[in-house]
Design a protein around this ligand. Sequence first.
Ligand code: R7I
Ligand code: MG
Ligand code: MG
Length: 326
Amino acid sequence: MTARAPLVDLDGAGRTRDRYRGALLGTAVGDALGAPFEGHRGPVSAPQITSVELDHRPLRHTDDTAMTIGFAESLLYVDGLDQDHLALTFTRHWEREPDRGYGAGTASLLARLSGGTSWRHAAGAQFDGQGSFGDGAAMRIAPAALCAAGDPALAAHLARRSAVVTHTHPLAVDGAAVQAVAVATALAHSSKGNIDPFAFLTEVRAVADQELLAQRLDLVALLLEDGDVANEDGKLGTGIEAHEAVPAAIYCFLCHPDSFRDTIRLAIGLGGDTDTIAAMAGAIAGACLGERAIPVSWVDRTQAAPAMRHLADRFVARRLQARDRS
Ligand code: R7I
Ligand code: MG
Ligand code: MG
């Protein structure tokens, strides 16, 4: 399993493209590699992960990637965030491919939107009117960081406004903002892999309004201090809730900030919501380390890879155009 070796020093535009592609490819690769183990109770063993890693079959993505594609398409189409257009784009994707493993609540929500109900009524009505706190808004968020050109405050703003189209619970909205800032911070980091985990955590924790999410991020700091990489006592939750999956993904990246492969192996190894934790950890690691750090054999097998590259390149072109205008 080899990483694509840098053949030449990348110039500014080349470096931006490498990292933008890394963020979206990282999402799709993590999602597809983690998918076979989603819902696994307890740790997934190293040989189990290796068997999927070394398999030659195509890697099929799930809802995490499908919604990331929809989000990116909508941001690019309207040149910014239009919540009505975003809801429509998510709905069209679900109508075409309802079998991508959507969360139960999101699937029923998209079915209602497909029937003509407005997201403004339907999203807040989920789960007896408290809205979903699932990780479905955070898992798809990487395009917010690309659209924001790595500006964490703008990424958080886009994340919150995009989240409420499907997930109105404050924990889901907050989780999406934290994950968007993690990707934006990784994207903007000047030195690949040379991350101070505690400084990184401080930046993302500052975005968390919700006490429960902030506490989980504090727990990540404690685990990093302890060096308990495998989370042996299971203190770090790996559930489908935004306040579990988002801190878990950030933890996986911060344990291995210089290795995309090790980040993904840990994200799957922790068990639980493996496709989503690996998708989010992959987005952060890909944004930091670039496409070139992702094992070639993984990218080559990932069915969504061409779409992800194409979308990333459109965000780069948009950024270059904006720079030329200013
Ligand atoms: O958040 P969501 O889109 O699910 C994403 C997950 C990822 O793991 C994907 O890979 C895919 O497998 O699904 O879908 P939701 O249905 O909104 O939330 C996910 C789950 O969280 C729900 O089905 C519930 O089990 C739980 N949940 C809640 N339970 C009680 N009360 C979410 N919100 C609530 C709630 O308010
Ligand atoms: Mg999924
Ligand atoms: Mg999942």
